[in-house]
Design a binder for this molecule. Structure first.
Ligand code: AHM
Ligand code: MG
Length: 338
């Protein structure tokens, strides 16, 4: 207890990491802090009040929106708009980017891309879900509305990224490019408290996470890598353990703590992969690299991909450096698709 620090205190303490920082980023992060608490509260009521299940609409990607998808999207959007540090957002739940048009918002320098409730199909069965966010400086002139180019920046330009995991406890994990820090929500005092300072992913892990039901439709290199994960080796390090929740934030969070690799390759159903570059892969890739791991699409660094459109999907492999390197070898030696 002697070193108890809340997220708010920690953010202010770290503000000096950024020369000429005006406090805008700190204020932006505190609006995410607030929205996360509200979504935490609502998710914890799931099952008690009528907030689970489908909302009756589809998003632009043809996926049925859950009521909590809509609620989380509205909550984060409102929290970000109200603080005046954000000039626009893009979201998995919005067809196009949204410009905030008040005079104060137009003066703001940041845009936020987010998946407000990732893995939401898991909510009805009480499995952990998450919020993922990614923050950039705008490229369009201050004072006007946001433009597509503000959102279509490569991941290397991220100013900050993070996620909230609504799990057995709720945690917020973020990076501003100076390491990865995790905060656990204490509902009794209503604050996220520093619980995991400077998180590092082990260089070599023993967990692989993939939807193996799609096995026959995986690229040849991924199939070979999976067999490698399942084989015994002389040192007794393999077979690895298979763990897959089907909720990116939860699967990634476990692998970050324990060491492992997360894989969502291209499949016949999703020829360019399922996960979205801008608000799922890039923010997780930034965290992975800041924790000492690697994130790739099988050919190169995720964060160096030049985005073409808002809801673009990419194959995604992220985790412990040695595991990602081994996977790369298999992909290189087995270039066939299916
Ligand atoms: P969503 O954004 O519609 O919730 O989809 C993303 C989720 C990820 O959390 C998870 O990694 C993946 O979809 C699971 O997909 P699958 O069910 O194909 O294994
Ligand atoms: Mg998602």
């Amino acid at each position: 207890m002697s070193n108890l620090r809340t997220l708010g205190e920690f953010i202010i303490e770290k503000q000096h990491d950024f020369p000429h920082a005006s406090g805008d980023l700190s204020s932006l992060l505190s609006s995410i802090n607030l929205a996360a608490k509200i979504v935490h509260r609502e998710i914890n009521k799931a099952g008690l009040v009528d907030i689970t299940g489908a909302a009756g609409e589809e998003n632009i990607q043809g996926e049925a929106q859950q009521k909590l998808d809509v609620l989380a999207n509205d909550t984060f959007k409102a929290a970000l708009e109200n603080r005046d540090q954000v000039c626009g957002i893009a979201s998995e739940e919005e067809d196009d980017f949204v410009s905030f048009d008040s005079e104060l918002n137009k003066q703001a320098k940041y845009v936020v891309l987010m998946d407000p409730l990732d893995g939401s199909s898991n909510i009805d069965v009480n499995v952990s879900v998450g919020t993922i966010f990614s923050i950039y400086r705008r490229l369009s002139p201050i004072g006007g509305l946001t433009e597509a180019r503000d959102f279509l920046q490569p991941g290397t330009e991220q100013v900050a990224s993070g996620y909230v995991i609504y799990g057995s406890s709720t945690m917020l994990v973020y990076t501003t490019g100076k390491g990865v820090h995790g905060f656990t929500y204490d509902p009794s005092i209503g604050s996220f408290c520093l619980s995991h300072e400077d998180m590092r992913i082990p260089k070599q892990g023993f967990i692989y996470s993939i939807n193996e039901g799609n096995y026959i439709n995986f690229p040849a290199g991924v199939k070979k890598y999976l067999k490698y994960c399942q084989e015994e080796d002389e040192a007794g390090k393999r077979p690895y353990t298979s763990r897959y929740i089907g909720s990116l934030v939860s699967d990634f969070h476990r692998n970050l703590l324990l060491g492992g690799i997360f894989l969502y390759p291209s499949t016949r159903a999703y020829p360019t992969g399922k996960l979205r570059l801008l608000y799922e892969c890039n923010p997780i890739a930034f965290l992975t690299e800041q924790a000492g791991g690697e994130a790739t699409d099988g050919e190169g660094r995720i964060m160096e991909i030049k985005p073409g459109e808002l809801h673009q999907r990419v194959p995604f492999f992220a985790g412990s450096t040695d595991m990602v390197k081994t996977l790369h070898g298999f992909l290189r030696d087995n270039p066939d698709q299916y």
